[in-house]
Design a protein. Structure first.
Length: 409
């Protein structure tokens, strides 16, 4: 299938999903998803300020303090190459409404160096989310502002609800991330336990706090199916079966996205390209939970007609095209402790083979939950291969270990 045909299909799908969201606004009940896709009004923790039905603000914070190491393989030497000791995330979150519960807002500010993008850029980026929501009814709401696109599940899951210290390498290269635009969310119930979620966005395509202005937009559409009904405590967007689901629960999601005239190597993320490119993404993911067992898997693919850009000096910057897979399997070994294993890989397309390596990653994790995902202790150890699993002695292979404490309200 040609890129131009794909482009038309992705744009049409995005418009259709947004159209269905606006058309189907009957009086149904919505799923309250504790993720970065809506304001949280009813929370048990945090500080609440309110005045009758005119004003509400929930104030919460969280931090992730960590210590870890990376060890590069070099012949028989397996010495530590670097230590990592820092505050990985420090977030302040404000949710609430003004004038009426129908007019909601969600603001998230970041303060750590990594969250401010100062590790890869020179300009601090404290604003992660700043979005206004209008609730049409129990079933349908829209948003306008900066927030996460309805992309792969692991990205949309809050970083505070992860069962590993970091997201996967596949997410790092192929996620859609945050963007500024208009968002639509619609929940459709059936006469059976099955529930369907429609999500769509039309956004700038340039990522959070972008200053670039061009005539290209990004179109994103997502469909989710929950054939066995709702998860307890919105567990389809929280890793690990902390609720010990009494019956099997499954959520399957499919996302199509087209980012027209993208100016960054990863669409909404990455260094700026020397020329704009159109990016097409396909994402398929699933979450399954039952009696303390959890399985999450996601496949991501990105394509572009001409991924390599070059300036007059001969420098090259390229769109990361290819595909990746990320799979987690976890088991609650007690009401507060969990073991989890991850396998993920990234395989670049032939067009960038000389510029981007294949990477495989496996990780073993242990988490002790003191107060669910709000207060927990995590330990991870893993190994990363370059150029395939059979390359056991590749000089670029590395071990990694991480200890992290999550604390928040």
């Amino acid at each position: 299938m040609s890129i131009n045909l794909k482009s038309k299909i992705y744009a049409i799908v995005s418009f259709v999903i947004l159209g269905l969201i606006f058309i189907n606004s009957g009086s149904l009940h919505a799923q309250t998803v504790e993720s970065d896709e809506r304001a949280l009004l009813n929370v048990d923790e945090g500080i609440k300020f309110s005045k009758d039905s005119l004003f509400l603000m929930n104030l919460r914070f969280r931090m992730q303090n960590r210590a870890g190491f990376n060890s590069i393989y070099s012949g028989s030497n397996l010495g530590i190459e670097q230590f990592e000791m820092r505050v990985r995330r420090l977030r302040l979150r404000l949710d609430g409404y003004v004038l009426s519960p129908k007019f909601q807002y969600y603001i998230q500010l970041a303060f750590s160096k990594a969250d401010l993008d100062l590790e890869t850029g020179d300009i601090a980026q404290p604003v992660r989310d700043a979005i206004l929501y209008y609730t049409v009814n129990d079933n349908f709401y829209i948003g306008f502002g900066q927030s996460k696109l309805p992309g792969n599940r692991e990205r949309v899951i809050s970083s505070g609800n992860l069962q590993f210290a970091d997201r996967s390498i596949a997410n790092s290269l192929f996620t859609l991330d945050r963007d500024f635009g208009i968002f639509g969310y619609y929940t459709m119930r059936t006469k059976t336990p099955a529930i369907f979620l429609l999500k769509g966005a039309i956004s700038s395509g340039d990522g959070r706090n972008a200053s670039a202005i061009n005539n290209g937009l990004s179109f994103t559409g997502r469909l989710e199916a929950l054939p066995f009904g709702l998860f307890k405590n919105n567990g389809d967007y929280s890793e690990g079966d902390l609720e010990f689901e009494e019956s099997p629960k499954l959520s399957i999601g499919v996302t199509l996205s087209e980012n027209q005239k993208a100016v960054r190597t990863g669409g909404q993320l990455g260094p700026e390209l020397f020329e704009s490119r159109t990016l097409n993404s396909i994402i398929v993911d699933a979450m399954f939970k039952y009696k303390g067992w959890g399985v999450m898997s996601e496949y991501m693919s990105r394509s572009s007609l001409d991924p390599i850009t070059q300036n007059d000096a001969g420098d090259i910057r390229f769109v990361v095209v290819g595909h990746g897979l990320n799979t987690h399997i976890s088991k609650m070994i007690s009401r507060k402790s969990e073991l989890a294993v991850r396998y993920a890989y990234v395989i670049p397309n032939e067009a960038i083979l000389g510029l981007q390596n294949r990477v495989d990653e496996t990780l073993l994790g242990y988490t002790h939950y003191l107060n669910g995902h709000r207060i927990k202790v995590q330990a991870n150890i893993g190994y990363r291969w370059l150029e395939g699993l059979y390359q056991l002695e590749n000089a670029g292979n590395s071990w990694t270990g991480m200890f992290q404490v999550e604390f928040g309200i």
